[in-house]
Design a protein around this ligand. Sequence first.
Ligand code: CA
Length: 222
Amino acid sequence: MRVLIVEDEKDMAEVLKEGLEEEDYFVSLAFDGLSGLEVARSCEFDVIVLDVMLPKLDGFEVARRLRNRGNRTPILMLTARDTVPDVVKGLDLGADDYLTKPFSFAVLLARLRAASRRQYAQPTSLLRVADLVVNRATREVFRAKREINLTATEFRLLEFLMRRPGVVVSRNAIVEAVWGFDDEVNDNTVDAFIRLVRRKVDDPHEEKLIKTVRGAGYTLRA
Ligand code: CA
C-alpha cells in the first residue's frame, strides 16, 4: 500500500514514515501543502495522510484542489483542532476521515486499513427509498432524478441508512459503520453529518426522508 504523508513537522513525519515502512507500506513525504499537492498529482497513492496546518497551502485547500481535479484517493486529515466545525469543513471539502493529534500509531494503522478497505470494496446494487436512489457501484445519488453530490463520508452515512429503511439506528451504530471503530468521533459529529446529508438530500424536497427519533437515533423512510 502506498501512502503519502503531508506534514510540516519533519520529526513527526519521519517517525510515521519509519513506523509505516515497518508495516510494509511504501511512504512518500511532503513538508508543505504545495509540494504535497504536486506529489499527490504525479503519483498514485492508496491513502493520503494530510495535516491541516501546513505552510504555503493548508490541508483544507489541498483536499479541495485534489477533489476538484477528480482525484478520489482517500484522504485522512490530521488536525490539532478537534472542534466539530473544523472537522466538518475538512470532510465537506473532500476528506474521508480525520484523526485528532495527538493520536496513537495503532489508531493511525487502523484508519489506514479502513480507508483502503472502503476504497476497494465494490458493492453493486441499487438502493431505493421513495424517489431517492443510491448506486453503490458508481457512488451516484439521485433524488427525483436530480444528482446529489456527497462527500465520501456523507455517502457512507446515507448508504448505511438506505440499507436499513425504516430501522431506527443509534448514533453509536452510525459511528461504527461510517468511521470504523473510534474513540474520537462522538454524537455531535454524527449530528453534524446528518445535518449535512439532510441539507443535500431532504432540504430541497417537501417529503423529508431522514427522521430523528428522539432519544434513539435516526431512521430513513418514506
Ligand atoms: Ca502542521
